[in-house]
Design a protein around this ligand. Structure first.
Ligand SMILES: [Zn+2]
Length: 78
């Protein structure tokens, strides 16, 4: 299995379907088995959705914002 740092390094590429250097199945297998990376992956998906929604609505829904804040822990979004 590939390492967490490899997965996190390629996470954006994986989400954007522009993966280079590792295969999709390598990332997928890791995400299935690793809660840490899975959480990061879910967070990036939420963030992407949030950005897309705020582009359309010009403001982020409060529920999603607080959800992301809690996922981030002590790191607060801008
Ligand atoms: Zn991992």
């Amino acid at each position: 299995m590939i390492r967490c740092e490899e997965v996190l390094k390629h996470l954006y590429e994986y989400i954007d379907r522009q993966l280079e250097g590792v295969t999709y199945s390598e990332i997928e297998d890791h995400l299935k088995q690793c809660k840490y990376c899975c959480k990061h992956h879910d967070f990036e998906i939420e963030l992407k959705n949030l950005v897309q929604r705020s582009c359309y609505q010009n403001k982020a829904p409060g529920v999603l914002k607080s959800k992301i804040s809690s996922m981030l822990g002590d790191i607060q979004p801008e």
